[in-house]
Write a protein of this length. Sequence first.
Length: 325
Amino acid sequence: MQQENSEVEPLNLWIAPAFAGRRLDQVLAELCPDYSRSRLQQWIKEGRVLLDGAACRPRDRVFEGQRVELRARLEPRQGCLAEAIPLEIVHQDAALLVVNKPPGLVVHPAAGNPDGTLQNALLFLDPELARLPRAGIVHRLDKDTSGLLVVARTAGAHRSLVEQLQARRIKREYRAVVNGLMTAGGTVDQPIGRHPTQRTRMAVVTSGKPAVTHFRVLERFRAHSYLSIRLESGRTHQIRVHMAYLGYPLLGDPLYGGRLRLPRGAGEELVQGLRSFRRQALHAQTLGLEHPETGEWVEWEAPLPDDMQALLRVLRGDAQGASGP
C-alpha cells in the first residue's frame, strides 16, 4: 500500500481588502485554486491552517491584513501521466524550470484536453514533479498564447512563487498585436469574472476579481497596433478581455476578437497574412522573479515566435507601402 507523504508546504498569505468579511474556506479556495474547497476545509479542521497564528474554522470571517498560514499536505498526484513531448527549456536549476511554451500546447489537463499537455511533458522530464500541485506549474498561459512559464521543482520554490504571484512581485511582460489604432498607452483597472450568459467567456463584471493591465504602444500600422503589455494580476483571459473591453481586441482572437479588420486597399500579401493567422497574437516575452533559493532577481526573455514575426513583417510592409511616394 502506498504511504501518504507527510512532507508539508508552508504558505503565508495575507487577506486583501477585496476578501474582507468573507468565509475563510471561500477565500482560500480562490487564493489556492490548485486545491479543492473540500480539501482546504479538511486541512482547516486538522489545524493545518492558522489565522493570525491561531486555530480557526472554515466558516470564520476574515479581515483585511490578516495572515493565513497554510501547511498543505503534499501527496503524489494521480491521473496525469508522463508523456514524451518536446519542450524548449530556457533555464533549469534545482529549484526552477523556465519553459518557452509554443502556441497550441495546453498547460494542464482539463475537459477536452485529457493529455498532451505541458503538465504531461513536465512529468516525463522530471518525475519528482508529481509530488507538487500541477507538477509545479504556478501560473498558466492560454493554449494559443506562446511564451515563458516558470515551474517550481521543490516545495520551497512552489511556496515562494505562489507568494510572489500573490504579492504581484513577478514581472510578466507580453507582446501583442491588436485591431485598431491606439493613440497612447495606459492602464485598465477593471474586475474580471465569468460572462453572465456565455460560460466559456470571461468579461469585465462588477462581481469579478480585481485585475490590472498596463500597456504601451510600440508600433502603429494602418489598422493595427503592436503593444507591450504588463500584468499586475493574472486572471483568466485577462489581456484578451481587457483589450476587447477597450475596443482593441487581439488580432486573431477567436473568442474576443470579432471579425477580421482589413485596411482600405489592403494588398494580397497582407490579406493572406491576416487570414492565415489563426490564434490570438499574444506572446509572453519577459519573465522576472526573485529566485526562491538565492533571493536574487533573475529575468528571462523569449523571442517572438515565427508566426508573430511573419505577421509583423506583412503589417510593416503594408504600412510602408501605403506611405511611399
